[in-house]
Design a protein around this ligand. Structure first.
Ligand SMILES: Cc1ncc(COP(=O)(O)O)c(C=O)c1O
Length: 355
């Protein structure tokens, strides 16, 4: 889900490799830049009614963002259960283990979207947080976040949206394709993970965690007294944090802008639809048809075939990603790929499956 850095991002990154966002008083300008990145995501991607109130950071990745969201919800509600779709990223397993919380997994439908009735039934008086996924890791499926928000609202439970993958594409694709709202215009949404180092195309490490306001993060912040200026607080897991990803991101926003991100979103998705057509013509079966986002998952019949695909692909020089649920091959259509460039791989898959 990452790609080659844009030259503008690479230049900004290289110029600021010495910066440390863990010490915002010493790196005041970098901290201001990070603040602007958070506000841009809150406003442009997440429909925040008052983006200046959003609080967040460019963190080490979607994992840190999800762990922090669960932590803040635990502190805010006193609950110890996280209700997640069974398609959740493994970062929620890390969160649950680290935080001493229980992961309550909810089944999904035939397009790997959370079953909203089952989600409703999974809520108890110990639920701290409901999670909806806007772009699952294995199939790129997008939960009906609006329906999940209704459930969260009925029960008065905070909702976290894991849009680590889909956060940079859904807000644009929604104008043409049937995708839900995923942001702060949905009342129960308290936090969102959106990773600039995935479809934001920023060099890693650039995860993104955005809270609606300071209510939840203030519950998990600690004082960092020895840092310059005194009075600094932090709620990130890491103390010293690189400023270069934030600066690279800001450079991309400034020079390439929202329209560029919109073009990338459409191109990657439409190339995915073309690749889907090629796959179907070759007799392959997309796990989600049509794919919700720029991820084509091609089903594999059994573990043995999956092993063969891995072995044969290695021999051809391809590094292949196999998903477990469903058993399939993940093709993430990043900007450095196209339907044409993945066609030989699809033909290779057809050959392996036929033999
Ligand atoms: C939906 C989702 N959430 C969270 C993560 C974790 O992100 P990271 O690898 O940046 O920690 C991923 C990674 O692929 C993801 O797909």
């Amino acid at each position: 889900m990452c790609t080659e850095p844009h030259p503008i991002a690479a230049e900004a990154y290289a110029a600021t490799i010495h910066t440390n966002l863990g010490d915002p008083h010493l790196f005041e300008t970098t901290a201001e830049i990070e603040r602007e990145c958070i506000e841009w995501m809150a406003e442009t991607l997440l429909d925040h009614p008052a983006p200046e109130e959003a609080v967040g950071h460019i963190v080490s990745g979607g994992t840190e963002a999800n762990v922090l969201a669960a932590y803040a919800a635990r502190e805010a509600t006193g609950g110890d259960e996280i209700v997640v779709p069974e398609t959740r990223h493994f970062s929620f397993e890390k969160a649950a283990r680290m935080l001493g919380m229980k992961l309550v997994e909810v089944p999904t439908d035939d397009e790997y979207r959370v079953d909203v009735d089952a989600l409703q039934d999974a809520i108890t008086d110990r639920t701290a947080l409901i999670v909806a996924i806007a772009g699952t890791t294995e199939t790129g499926s997008v939960d009906d976040v609006e329906a999940v928000a209704d459930v969260a609202e009925d029960h008065g439970i905070p909702l976290h949206v894991d849009a680590a993958f889909g956060g940079f594409t859904i807000p644009f694709l929604r104008s043409k394709y049937p995708l839900p709202r995923i942001g702060f215009d949905l009342e129960p949404v308290v936090s969102v993970t959106v990773d600039p180092h995935k479809m934001g195309l920023v060099p890693p490490p650039a995860g993104g965690l955005i809270f609606r306001d300071d209510e939840f993060p203030s519950l998990i912040e600690v004082k960092a007294p020895y840092l310059s200026g005194g009075g600094t607080t932090q709620f990130t897991i890491t103390g010293t944090r690189p400023g270069a990803p934030a600066v690279a991101f800001k450079a991309m926003i400034e020079t390439l802008g929202e329209e560029w991100y919109e073009r990338v979103a459409f191109r990657c998705y439409e190339e995915t639809l073309k690749a889907r057509d090629i796959a179907v013509e070759l007799g392959l079966e997309p796990a989600v048809d049509p794919p919700h986002l720029n991820l084509l998952n091609v089903r594999l019949p059994d573990e043995e075939t999956a092993e063969t695909v891995l072995l044969e692909a290695e021999r051809e020089g391809w590094k292949v990603s196999i998903s477990e649920r469903p058993l399939g091959v993940r093709i993430v259509m990043m900007p450095h790929l196209s339907a044409d460039s993945v066609e030989p791989f699809l033909e290779f898959l057809r050959d392996v499956l036929e033999n």
